[in-house]
Design a protein around this ligand. Structure first.
Ligand code: NAP
Length: 495
């Protein structure tokens, strides 16, 4: 087991006295409170960040209001170029950013490089392309003229203003990039509130954004607890919140936004996503699919599957083969390039997962594989496979957000659809089959914002993403985000 050596600039960054990023630079917090950032692979405190207070929230909002005045007047092509330059800078600083991310989140280094940095750069470039393509429409008014006068009309797409981007800990870089790219390309300014568990990478990216040419105030970063997020949502100077996180927090944020004078809210929330395997899929394909759907980044992906349905005739051999594969996973330090499965991101989450193992046992579920924390330093839990007894069992209904795949057999395809839809959530789902025509007939019956066929979890900036039912309101990516970050103004003219 060999960890890669941290770059000198990563060591230096971690040693910094971290402050807030307001008005184009680092500023001291008004608060003397700080939060520890803990590496979940080693339990070591690696940095301290400011726990912003109400005066910091006011300062960030004032900065973002000034930033909005300036940035919204910048020509679209120039806005696009700044995002393109930021993408280049992410790539130029790829290893530094990936290492910071792995140290704060325990994400294996290969995933930090490929997703948190490379994919984030792809998303930035995709959004940059929209800068020059956002426009209103020319309309023909419909009512008859009263006395020979004529009418014409058009719409303008105007940026909503100051956006609050609240980010969870699972993909702290990529999700922050989705939010800042959507805001900046439409001419909004943004204040990012990262999770208190993973606040570091975005602080470094804010510095790179200034190098890319972003004017002061267009991007601000406020570190701190959930209280800071709440204060930003409730602040009269903010116009929109783009929240990604859990369902309970999302509902609270939606309520606060509505009470704060109908602040617009996009809510990208959790789920309990299903994967259904039709009988024609061979066992090896199914096992690869389950690993892709349920175990990437230790299952800490909002779109990951947690409910797995296989035909009754296949369920036992499938779980046996899955257990064999999970037993061969290289579990270890996230800074070791051979590691395939690392720790979960924080102690609180590890304890929550232990609670789910206890629930599974209490409800007499069969633990086929794993089901325990690992006896080593850091926040490790075993990759786990569970066979539930009934559709009402907790592990088939509550989001674990961890490496726990829970199975239930089905007999008919009608039953499979009913099982997949039996959840209050609807972020994503996947169907696995060689019969594409059957899959295309089943897709419309699945209640989810994204349905994958023979794949799971891959997000593409050109394809809209968001939840139905309790998994959220609004869509990111594609052209769909434009509706959420702009106001449509109608202009009507009599002549
Ligand atoms: P979380 O506890 O809901 O926190 C999300 C963010 O909200 C964090 O920055 C948190 O700050 C902040 N926050 C907490 N209380 C707040 C309040 N009252 N007002 C405003 N902000 C508040 O979620 P998490 O545990 O970080 O992330 C895991 C969850 O995110 C899972 O449920 C997962 O499914 C979901 N998720 C959804 C998507 C999607 O696109 N749909 C993507 C990724 C993750 P602190 O961390 O400082 O408390």
């Amino acid at each position: 087991m060999t960890d890669i050596t941290l770059l000198p600039q990563v060591e230096a960054f971690l040693r910094r006295r971290h402050t807030l990023f307001i008005d184009g630079g680092y500023v001291q917090s008004h608060s003397s409170q700080t939060l520890e950032v803990i590496n979940p692979a080693t339990d070591q405190v690696i940095a301290h960040v400011a726990d912003a207070d109400a005066a910091d929230v006011d300062a960030a909002v004032e900065s973002a209001r000034r930033g909005f005045q300036q940035w919204s007047q910048v020509a679209p092509a120039v806005r696009g170029n700044v995002l393109l330059k930021l993408a280049d800078l992410l790539e130029r600083n790829r290893e530094e950013l990936a290492q910071i991310e792995t140290c704060q989140s325990g994400k294996i280094i290969q995933v930090s490089r490929a997703f948190e940095v490379d994919q984030a750069a792809h998303f930035l470039r995709y959004y940059a392309g929209w800068a020059t393509k956002i426009s209103g429409q020319t309309l023909t008014p419909s009512l008859p003229s009263f006395a020979g006068e004529r009418y014409t009309a058009f719409t303008l797409r105007e940026p909503v203003g100051v956006v609050v981007g609240i980010v969870p800990w699972n993909f702290s870089t990529m999700i922050a990039i989705w939010k800042l790219a959507s805001a900046l390309v439409t001419g909004c300014s943004i204040i990012i509130k990262p999770s208190e568990f993973t606040p570091l990478t975005i602080l470094r990216i804010a510095e790179l954004a200034v190098d890319a040419g972003l004017p002061a105030g267009a991007l601000n970063v406020l570190t701190g607890s959930g209280r800071v997020g709440q204060a930003l949502v409730e602040h009269p100077g903010t116009d929109k919140v783009s929240f990604t996180g859990s369902v309970p927090t999302g509902i609270a944020v939606g309520r606060s936004a509505a009470s704060a004078g109908l602040t617009r809210a996009t809510l990208e929330l959790g789920g309990k996503n299903s994967a259904g395997f039709l009988r024609d899929v061979d066992l090896d394909t199914a096992v690869n699919g389950i690993i892709e759907a349920g175990f990437l980044h230790s299952g800490q992906i909002c779109a990951a599957a947690e409910r797995f349905f296989a035909h009754r005739s296949q369920i036992e051999p499938l779980m046996a083969r899955l257990s064999e594969r999970l037993g061969k996973l290289h579990i270890g330090s996230p800074l070791d390039e051979r590691t395939e499965f690392g720790p979960v991101t924080n102690r609180q989450h590890q304890r929550k997962l232990e609670g789910f193992f206890a629930k599974a046992r209490a409800e007499n579920n069969t633990i086929i594989h794993g089901g325990k924390p690992m006896d080593r330093p850091g926040c490790y839990v075993e990759p786990t496979v569970i066979l539930a007894n009934s559709l009402n069992d907790s592990l088939l209904n509550e989001e674990t957000f961890g490496p726990i795949a829970t199975f239930l057999p089905y007999d008919t395809e009608e039953e499979l659809l009913a099982l997949m839809n039996h959840t209050p959530y609807g972020l994503s789902a996947s169907l696995w089959t060689n019969d594409l025509s059957k899959a295309l007939r089943m897709v419309p019956a699945i209640h989810a914002g994204t349905v994958w066929v023979n794949m799971h979890t891959l997000l593409d900036p050109a394809v809209p993403f968001g939840g139905v039912k309790s998994s959220g309101i609004g869509r990111e990516f594609g052209s769909a985000f434009i509706d959420d970050y702009t106001e449509l103004k109608s202009v009507m003219i009599r002549y």
